[in-house]
Write a protein that binds this ligand. Structure first.
Ligand code: PEP
Ligand code: MG
Length: 902
């Protein structure tokens, strides 16, 4: 017997730790399934077995072994051998077949299964246990020689690819040539003898490429496959997938070894995948695909176009081939019962793999199904209304980040569109972009800022980075459960799959469809909700919070404690924010208003002025403009708080940079080109982020803040008089480090307020507060709170200054930092809770010690990040402020954080 590569084992190295858990035939060592230990697939197999569903017997080698396997230099401990042997004996006992038996061999599948599902990212080996002897036994025992030889050629191909790492193109080529020689087009036309001949060729390919014959020892095969599946945890594509989905590298995968059942044993056999509800729309209807006389990988690989599960779906699609409901009514009825049982048991929509072997149904997998955001909302709301889950559970179920999919524009139904083909509506949403034919180019072009549509015959797991970089995915082949469709739905990318009329010529970098030709780089549009492919760009419309989305938001708001505001400075942003339920403006960055074409000249005159008098003259021109900006915002946000931040960026940002701009600007600003260049050179800073910016501008040129404060108060009074509803402005000073800075700035603001109140004969309530963006400010929060009536944590700058990492330059090295586990996530996206978070906690505590009612918020990008929002809830902040399109995400995340907090 060949043995596993084993590590030296001492008694202390954990020989008594159990790694193998059996299931099936009334046994379920894993009980009701511990996902962390058994992985998702193993846990659910154990659980299905424990509730009496028909699961082929098998065993799971736990995720703990994955860690140990790597820790010991990719070797297995000696103790595992006996455990695996017990596991095989368990399968043999139930099936009555023996592993490696020449007369009636047991065949097994070896599959990965991590704690979080990683569809298609890791390896699988099927039909393991076949060799030159057992194939004959299988032929005799099954009475089907064609099936036996077909299974053997599949096994050699898969094993050579996955375990031996041989080039799988050579196997495909041999098959194509075999078919061509016979004049066949379909695999199903090949006879037993044809497959047997092909097996002979496959073995030659193995020996040529590998230098050794294909392994005939079934135990060697088994250990090879187990090692390969554990090994695939560290494959590049698995690592990319983990990074994109925040799955920690130390979780590891489990390995499931299970008796094979065959969907390819004739016309009473089939294999399929199904969802208990529609994963694209959430509709309560069984949804899925199956193939008669086929093995599982045929469905997922998109090689044959599968048939529908239900008659209704077949009719809706106008398909010809019978649905499972029609072709196999009895098994279908049994399957439908299993669906209902699983949904009630797991209280969630399930994604299921099944096989029918000569009329007998076997369940191979169940897991919570991946779904689009739209489906997630509908399923959560429906299940709460059906009484299957509570409203709070419904709120907890929907991934806030996934809502992003629904918060983007969709195609304008009234806009003209040049539809050239229709495929399957595989993942909803619409996208326009340039057509690109490979994943690497897609990634490169996306980095250059292009919207990209990735166009492929079919996608494979190697395309994952390109799919992520793309705005949408278009494929010529593949069904609704093809790799492209499943991954696109998971990522929230629109996808149109299976456009049969699409002829892609990847070599010439173009595709032809409906008599038209589209070259790489030309713009196309896809609508993943209708399956339409259009040439050119199509106009879009803004999303709304209606239907299930609106309902779930109402439920979320019932449990939410944190208020949610928006970062907004234009009237359009403010309107969007309000329509999405923002409860105020948490950050209005006034400098954005300075870039307006009509004002930039006055801004430049102010910067170029030689003295205060010159500056004041330029500021006087800006005052009415700022006043009308603020008035508009106050009106839109009537009755809600509005935090306006005084000027923050270094002044040189407003000056021209390119040579040709200088002349134009000099003329507009009424100064000489040389003077302008001299002034620009004077303003040059080596490190502008730590330079003359924030309240340092107000300290040196108080007249700038004076003008802005005056504009705020004049606008507030104007709106109060016009609408009868007085806004409460919150005036915010940026980049404060010391109490004294705030003292000086507050004096300027208060003086402007008093002056305006005296002029208008009317007073207004207002607050003066500060951003906390520097570690010193967080540490001295106790003193600063003597003057500040609110703090808003500017976590973009606070992250930059705490980590000493430039927010504008971090892109070059942060990915490596995340890959190497230095930071779990990009700290500019998700708050570094340990470091920056500690400063926020200190700032909040010290501030509130001085001023009990101090209002606390966050307005960095983290305000829209669910994990950071959970931190804000736990730290007792009053509100988070996020960009307008993230407001609904923040509302849901805040509700979930409150539920977790209890
Ligand atoms: C911050 O620093 O977090 C912030 C909100 O300000 P800005 O991004 O404008 O620097
Ligand atoms: Mg800042």
């Amino acid at each position: 017997m060949a043995s596993a590569p084993v590590a030296d084992e001492t008694a202390a190295s954990g020989a008594d730790v159990r790694y193998v858990y059996r299931f099936g035939g009334g046994v379920s060592d894993g009980g009701k399934g511990d996902r962390n230990l058994l992985g998702g697939k193993g846990a659910n197999l154990a659980e299905m077995a424990s509730i009496g569903l028909p699961v082929p017997p098998g065993f799971t080698i736990s995720t703990a072994m994955c860690g140990r396997y790597y820790a010991e230099g990719q070797r297995f401990p000696e103790s595992l051998k006996a455990e695996v042997a017990d596991g095989i004996a368990h399968i043999e006992g139930i099936t009555g077949k023996r592993f490696g038996d020449a007369a009636d061999p047991l065949l097994v599948s070896v599959r990965s299964g991590a704690r979080a599902s990683m569809p298609g990212m890791m390896d699988t080996v099927l039909n393991l246990g076949l060799n030159d002897e057992t194939v004959a036994g299988l032929a005799t025992a099954s009475g089907d020689a064609r099936f036996a030889w077909d299974s053997y050629r599949r096994f050699i191909h898969m094993y050579s690819d996955v375990v031996l790492g041989l080039d799988h193109g050579a196997f495909e080529e041999a098959l194509e040539i075999a078919k061509e020689d016979k004049g066949f087009t379909l695999d199903t036309e090949l006879s037993a003898a044809d497959w047997e001949a092909l097996v002979g060729q496959y073995k030659v390919i193995v020996e040529e490429q590998w230098g050794k014959p294909f392994p005939q020892d079934v135990h060697e095969q088994l250990w090879g496959a187990v090692g390969a599946v554990f090994g695939s945890w560290q494959s590049e594509r698995a690592k990319v997938y983990r990074r994109l989905n925040d799955i920690p590298g130390d979780w590891g995968t489990a390995v499931n070894v299970q008796a094979m059942v065959f969907g390819n044993m004739g016309d009473t056999s089939a294999t399929g995948v199904a969802f208990t509800r529609d994963p694209a729309t959430g509709e309560r209807a069984y949804y899925g695909e199956f193939l008669i006389n086929a093995q599982g990988e045929d469905v997922v690989a998109g090689i044959r176009t599968p048939q529908y599960l239900t008659r209704a779906a077949r009719e809706a699609a106008g398909a010809r081939l019978a649905s499972m409901e029609e072709a196999m009514p009895e098994v279908y009825a049994e399957l439908a019962k299993v669906f209902d049982l699983l949904e009630t048991h797991y209280r969630d929509m399930q994604d299921i793999e099944f096989t029918v072997q000569q009329g007998t149904l076997w369940m191979l997998q169940t897991r919570s199904g991946k779904r689009t955001a739209k489906a997630a909302l509908k399923i959560a709301v429906d299940m709460a209304e059906e009484g299957l889950i509570t409203q709070e559970e419904a709120v907890a179920r929907v991934d806030p980040a996934a809502l992003d999919q629904l918060l983007h524009p969709t195609l304008d139904p009234d806009a003209p569109r040049d539809v050239v083909a229709k495929g399957l509506p595989a993942s909803p949403g619409a996208a326009s972009g340039i057509a690109i034919f490979d994943a690497d180019t897609a990634e490169k072009r996306a980095e250059l800022g292009h919207a990209v549509i990735l166009v492929r015959v079919e996608t494979s797991p190697e395309d994952i980075h390109g799919m992520h970089a793309a705005k949408g995915i278009l494929t010529a082949r593949g069904g609704m459960t093809s790799h492209a469709a499943v991954v696109a739905r998971g990522m929230g990318r629109p996808c149109v799959s299976g456009v049969g009329s699409l002829a892609i010529d990847a070599g010439a970098r173009l595709f032809r469809v409906g008599g038209r030709e589209v070259k790489e780089g030309e713009t196309i549009t896809i609508d993943g909700s209708t399956g339409e492919l259009m040439i050119g760009e199509v106009a879009t419309v803004e999303p709304e919070l209606a239907g299930d989305f609106g309902t779930l938001m109402v439920w979320a708001d019932k449990v939410r404690r944190l208020k949610v505001r928006a970062n907004a400075e234009t009237p359009k942003d403010c309107q969007t924010a309000r329509s999405f339920g923002a409860e105020g403006v948490g950050l209005c960055r006034t400098e954005h208003m300075f870039f307006d074409a009509g004002r930039i000249t006055a801004v430049r005159q102010m910067i170029l002025a030689e003295d205060e008098k010159g500056r004041r003259a330029a500021l006087a021109k800006l005052l009415p403009e700022q006043r009308s900006d603020f008035a508009e915002i106050f009106e839109i946000m009537a009755g809600l708080p509005v935090t306006i931040r005084l000027l923050d960026p270094p002044l040189h940002e407003f000056l021209p940079h390119a040579e040709e701009e200088f002349e134009e600007v000099a003329e507009a600003a009424g100064v000489g080109v040389e003077a302008l260049k001299r002034r620009a050179a004077e303003l040059h800073e080596f490190n502008p982020m730590l330079g003359h910016r924030g309240c340092r501008l107000g300290v040196t040129y108080p007249e700038i803040y004076e003008m802005q404060a005056r504009a705020i108060f004049e606008a507030a009074i104007e709106v109060a008089e016009k609408t009868g509803e007085a806004p409460i402005p919150e005036v915010m000073v940026p980049l404060v480090a010391t109490r004294r800075e705030l003292e000086l700035m507050k004096a300027v603001i208060d003086a402007a307020a008093e002056a305006v109140f005296a002029e208008k004969g009317r007073r207004l309530e207002y607050l003066v507060g500060t951003m906390i963006e520097l570690p010193r400010a967080a540490l001295k929060a106790g003193e600063i709170a003597e003057l500040a009536e609110f703090f808003s944590f500017g976590t973009n700058d606070l992250t930059q200054t705490t980590l000493g990492v430039s927010r504008d330059d971090a892109g070059r090295f942060l990915t490596a930092y995340v890959d190497k586990g230095i930071y779990a996530k990009d700290p500019f996206v998700s708050l570094d809770v340990e470091g920056v978070g500690e400063l926020i906690r200190i700032g909040a505590e010290r501030g509130r010690k001085t001023r009990e009612k101090l209002k606390l918020g966050i307005c960095g990008e983290h305000g829209g990040d669910p994990a950071s929002i959970a931190f804000c809830e736990a730290t007792g902040l009053d509100y988070v402020s996020a960009s307008p399109y993230r407001v609904p995400i923040a509302r849901l995340a805040a509700a979930q954080a409150a539920l977790k907090q209890g």
